[in-house]
Design a protein around this ligand. Structure first.
Ligand SMILES: CC(C)(COP(=O)(O)OP(=O)(O)OC[C@H]1O[C@@H](n2cnc3c(N)ncnc32)[C@H](O)[C@@H]1OP(=O)(O)O)[C@@H](O)C(=O)NCCC(=O)NCCS
Length: 154
């Protein structure tokens, strides 16, 4: 696996991120199209609902992004994607590990959670390998996973 580095995302990173998520195999597992995604990100900035966003870097190149929503009651939702050419190399598993540590130790979160399509086996594996626990189905459409401060040490 390549060395994975997370750094705070900047507005100038978004054209590259939009390009990566245009790929059908990436976007079909994400809620919004590339363009809607960009508009929503701008909206979050304007409304001070800004998530903690970190781009995923390998060999100094942006290959994906990982987010924690703005914490509420010490709780935050995690989300991520990687460009198609960078998948299947353990990079998401390592990125989630780093972001979870950041969330618990730097942001002092008590709980990190994620929603996932039942068909998205790769994402479910990423969460399970990071010690997330599958709790329940949300309306039968999405799986819900969470990791709490009590099980933060894997
Ligand atoms: C989900 C995603 C982030 C996983 O990234 P990744 O770097 O490929 O994941 P990893 O390499 O860490 O692999 C995690 C596990 O999933 C497995 N996996 C990868 N692709 C798979 C697939 N299509 N079907 C089944 N398992 C798969 C890997 O083999 C690995 O399991 P293992 O450790 O038992 O071998 C990536 O596929 C992606 O960006 N998808 C599109 C966006 C998305 O789905 N985001 C999450 C929304 S909830």
């Amino acid at each position: 696996m390549k060395k994975v580095i997370l750094r705070n995302a900047r507005i100038i990173d978004f054209p590259r991120l939009m390009f990566l998520r245009q790929d059908k195999e990436v976007s079909e597992n994400l809620e919004h199209s590339s363009f809607v995604y960009f508009l929503l990100e701008i909206w979050k900035i304007i409304t001070f609902n800004r998530p903690i966003r970190k781009v995923i870097l390998a060999n100094n190149q942006i290959i994906g992004i990982i987010n924690l929503t703005k914490p509420k009651n010490h709780s935050s939702e995690i989300g991520y994607f990687l460009g198609k050419n960078y998948q299947g190399k353990g990079i998401a598993t390592e990125s989630v590990k780093q972001m979870v540590q950041f969330g618990f130790y730097k942001l002092k979160l008590n709980k990190i959670y994620a929603y996932c399509d039942p068909k998205n086996i790769a994402s479910q594996k990423v969460l399970l390998k990071n010690g997330f626990i599958k709790k329940k189905n949300i309306g039968g459409k999405k799986f819900y996973f969470e990791k709490s401060i009590k099980n933060k040490v894997k």
